[in-house]
Design a protein around this ligand. Structure first.
Ligand code: GAR
Length: 211
């Protein structure tokens, strides 16, 4: 099974979705560690309850991004993951760190990239009046939220939606999408081809595009 480390900063609902999926013996990936940059992240207790090893690399203990990223890199190397999944990890990573994990580092972003990179995606989607919103799993490259797209899921923006209602609809799609993307990756169906990802989703092709 593919060895996966999950990086978190907060409540960890995407992490929990990955842990739950990987708890099935037939799932092709296992979660070997959860690493948080925040000592009080809710995700840590959730992971520990599931019997997953947890590590804290507190960014506040480091003078700058480079030394924090070096500590994070060392913590990751200790657990020897085949793949690193960012799941609500809210730190910008240095180019050096990303280079060290090139092609083995993926992220979930709460918008249909390339729309709404960065923060506050749901408020900005509402302000823009888009009728479809959603989430994206992509390979991490130095330019934030811009790496090759692996999979996306769209949800409708409904009349009367506020930020919380829209966020909840997207989050439910995120949980399905991240599990699906990890499964495809672990099955060897995701291939990097220059600045694109080619996905051999087989019979799942429709579901990969729209959950
Ligand atoms: C998720 O919506 C995730 O897509 C987003 O943070 C939330 C974390 O929730 N990530 C980003 O905004 C990355 N810049 P979770 O901790 O419950 O998974």
């Amino acid at each position: 099974r593919l060895r996966v480390a999950v990086l978190v900063s907060g409540r960890g609902s995407n992490m929990a979705a990955l842990i739950d999926a990987a708890a099935e013996p037939a799932f092709p990936a296992e979660i070997v560690a959860v690493i948080s940059n925040r000592p009080n992240a809710g995700a840590l207790a959730v992971a520990a309850r599931a019997g997953i090893a947890t590590v804290v690399v507190d960014h506040k203990a480091y003078a700058d991004r480079a030394t924090f990223d070096a500590a994070l890199d060392a913590a990751l190397r200790d657990v020897e993951p085949d793949l690193v999944c960012l799941a609500g990890f809210m730190r910008i990573l240095t180019d050096g760190f990303i280079a060290g994990w090139a092609g083995r580092l993926i992220n979930i972003h709460p918008a249909l990239l390339p729309s709404f990179k960065g923060l506050d995606t749901h408020a900005r989607a509402l302000a823009a009046g888009v009728k479809l919103h959603g989430c994206t799993v992509h390979v991490v490259t130095p330019e934030m939220d811009s790496g090759p797209i692996i999979a996306q899921a769209a949800v409708p923006v409904l009349e009367g939606d506020d930020e919380d209602a829209l966020a909840a609809r997207v989050l439910a799609a995120e949980h399905l999408l991240y599990v699906r993307a990890l499964k495809l990756w672990a099955q060897g169906r995701v291939r990097l081809d220059g600045d694109r990802v080619k996905v051999d989703a087989g019979d799942d092709a429709h579901a990969t595009a729209l959950i």
